[in-house]
Design a protein around this ligand. Structure first.
Ligand SMILES: *Cc1c(COP(=O)(O)O)cnc(C)c1O
Length: 334
């Protein structure tokens, strides 16, 4: 079985497990875990921010980013397909009690849309502004940095904070061949995952200025996210940060190779920018294709007319060739 459902499926490597077993630890709720501190400092430095906070999940990192920059009843501007909106059980509404204002289609908001949304601001009927939300990568696609800067510039000019959901920011930086800090630039807060393409077993971080992260640390405790000798798992994240970032282009090349092979097949249209191959099937047929691929030993996810295949560090060159052959067989038999 070749499993291309997600880059969260990776298991810690032998070297990573050794780093975890040997980690120096302490009570992190008291700020005394040296491995967590090291991870937080290195993450902040890579992202060009003053401070970072290690948390259980990307979901928690996002919710804390929202929590520190909004008050109940304020507006958050986001895309309807952002993870914040569709994949966090509505936590934005439950925990921070904000009002999402959503756009659809284009991966980032056009100037006219943003300007239109300012209309009526300050009137009695209108909620106040809190935060503009972006995601990079967004569904495997990289948002150009010039667009990001236009949008964060607009946000700040109009009193909105800006958060970047950078669960796969490392992939975006690898694709753009820039430092992670360049992708994070202009955002008040940014969340990153260690447990996706980097291959760590647990954890994410939220980064920002020192005062913001101090408030996020209090928020993490409020949510029950204060952990004790958590250096054991932070060591896996630290190992991933130090050793697995530079190999990300390999995942991107394999994804591109898979897309190229799939484009030779009738009825499929595949694109890959980072580690995600997005395959368009005939309308409403994705489910049937996914079942047929699985019957040939390739696990994928999707729905409607879209199948996604994610390449990560356990997927080899021969897996890519084998997956393409199995998919070709499935397509021929459909
Ligand atoms: C996976 C993901 C998250 C959340 O990460 P978890 O660790 O699974 O909670 C947030 N945002 C995006 C865009 C993601 O892909």
């Amino acid at each position: 079985m070749i499993d291309l459902r997600s880059d969260t499926l990776t298991r810690p490597t032998k070297e990573m497990r050794l780093a975890m077993a040997g980690a120096e630890v302490g009570d992190d709720v008291w700020g005394e875990d040296p491995t967590v501190r090291e991870l937080e400092e290195e993450t902040a430095a890579l992202l060009g921010k003053e401070a970072a906070l290690y948390v259980a999940s990307g979901h928690m990192a996002n919710q804390l980013g929202l929590w520190v920059s909004s008050r109940s009843g304020e507006e958050v501007w986001a895309h309807e397909d952002h993870h914040l909106i569709g994949d966090e059980q509505g936590a934005a509404i439950v925990l921070s009690r904000v009002l999402p204002k959503l756009y659809s289609g284009d991966p980032f908001p056009a100037r006219e849309l943003l300007e239109g949304w300012l209309t009526g601001l300050g009137e009695m009927h209108r909620a106040d502004l809190a935060l503009l939300w972006l995601e990079n990568t967004f569904s495997g696609r990289v948002v150009p940095l010039a667009e990001q800067r236009r949008i964060t510039g607009f946000a700040h000019a109009h009193g909105l904070k800006a958060h970047l959901d950078g669960a796969r920011l490392w992939n975006a930086a690898a694709h753009l061949e820039v430092e992670p800090a360049e992708v994070a630039e202009g955002f008040d807060t940014v969340s990153v995952c260690f447990s996706k393409g980097l291959g760590a077993p647990v954890g994410s971080a939220v980064a920002g200025d020192a005062d913001t992260i101090r408030r996020a640390r209090r928020g993490r405790k409020l949510l029950g996210g204060g952990m004790r000798q958590v250096g054991i798992i932070a060591a896996g994240a630290l190992y991933a940060l130090r050793h697995h970032r530079e190999r990300m282009p390999e995942d991107h090349e394999r994804a591109a190779r898979l897309a190229e092979l799939l484009n030779d097949l009738p009825g499929l249209d595949a694109v890959a920018q980072t580690n995600m191959v997005l395959v368009t099937t005939p309308e409403g047929e994705a489910g049937r294709y996914i079942e047929a691929f699985a019957a040939q030993g390739v696990r994928t996810l999707g729905g409607g007319d879209r199948v996604r295949m994610v390449v990560s560090l356990e997927i080899t060159d021969s897996d890519i060739e084998d997956a393409a052959k199995a998919i070709a067989k499935a397509v021929a038999e459909l």
